[in-house]
Write a protein that binds this ligand. Structure first.
Ligand code: RBF
Length: 212
C-alpha cells in the first residue's frame, strides 16, 4: 500500500479523449469548503487533460453524502429520458418533461433559460457520474453507517445502470486528513484526489466504446 499523500493513480499511457463525453458531478454541501476543491480538481482534469467540453460538465448538489446515490440515480435517469425524448422529437413527438433548473453552489454562474425548448437543450445522456463528498468521523457511529451505505449505494447505481459512477467520497478521521486529500493542506504536501476522479470518469466512460 502506498503512502496516502502520493497520487495513487498512474496516468494512462494513451490520451483518454473526452471531447464527446457528457459527465455529471454530484457533490455534497456538507464540508463544502473541501468539497469545492475536489470538484474543481475533477473539472480541471476532465477539461484540461481530457478535452471534455466545459458545457458538458454538469454540476448538481445534494445535502450530504447519504443522498449521493439517490441523486446520481435520478439525474442519470432524467438525462436518459431526455436523450430518448430528443430522439422522439426528431420524429415529431412532444417533450413530456419540464425543464430541471437545479442550481449548485459550485456550478458556473451561467444563467439558466427556463423557456429553453427541447431543441436548445443538450440531448446526450450522461456518460459517467462522479459522486463527490467528504465524510469526517465524529464521536458516534454515524460515520460508519453513512460510509457503508454510500459506498454500497454508489456501486449499486453504477452496476444497475451500466453507467460508470465514480466513488469520490473521502472518508476521513479528521478535517486535516480531508484537506490533505483535497490538496488544500497548509504544508502543500497533499494531493487533490478530485483530479484522479475526473480522469477516472473519462477512462471509464470510454470503456463503453472500446472494442476487444
Ligand atoms: N454528510 C456528509 O456528507 N459528511 C459528513 O461528515 C456528515 N456527517 C454527519 C454527521 C451526523 C451526526 C449526521 C446526522 C449527518 C451527517 N451527514 C454528513 C449528513 C448525511 O450524509 C445526510 O445528509 C443526513 O443524514 C440526511 O439524510
Amino acid at each position: 500500500m502506498r503512502d496516502d499523500n502520493h497520487q495513487g493513480l498512474e496516468p494512462s499511457t494513451n490520451l483518454q479523449d473526452g471531447s464527446n463525453l457528457r459527465i455529471l458531478i454530484v457533490h455534497t454541501r456538507w464540508n463544502l469548503h473541501i468539497v469545492q476543491g475536489l470538484v474543481e480538481g475533477a473539472k480541471k482534469a476532465m477539461i484540461e487533460q481530457h478535452r471534455v467540453k466545459p458545457d458538458n460538465v454538469v454540476i448538481e448538489s445534494v445535502p450530504g453524502a447519504y443522498e449521493l446515490p439517490f441523486a446520481a440515480k435520478k439525474f442519470l435517469e432524467v438525462s436518459q429520458i431526455r436523450a430518448a425524448e430528443g430522439a422522439n422529437d426528431l420524429m415529431g413527438n412532444v417533450n413530456l418533461l419540464g425543464d430541471l433548473n437545479l442550481t449548485s453552489p459550485t456550478a458556473s454562474a451561467k444563467p439558466t433559460t427556463p423557456s429553453s425548448t427541447s431543441s436548445t437543450r443538450s440531448k446526450q445522456a450522461f456518460d459517467a457520474v462522479i459522486c463527490i463528498g467528504v465524510l469526517i468521523k465524529g464521536s458516534t457511529m454515524h460515520f460508519e453507517y453513512i460510509c457503508e451505505a454510500v459506498t454500497q449505494g454508489i456501486m449499486r447505481v453504477g452496476l444497475d445502470s451500466g453507467v460508470p459512477v465514480i466513488f469520490g467520497v473521502l472518508t476521513c478521521l479528521n478535517e486535516e486528513q480531508a484537506l490533505n486529500r483535497a490538496g488544500m493542506d497548509e504544508a502543500g504536501q497533499g494531493h487533490n484526489h478530485g483530479l484522479d476522479w475526473g480522469s477516472g470518469a473519462v477512462e471509464m466512460a470510454l470503456l463503453k466504446t472500446r472494442s476487444f
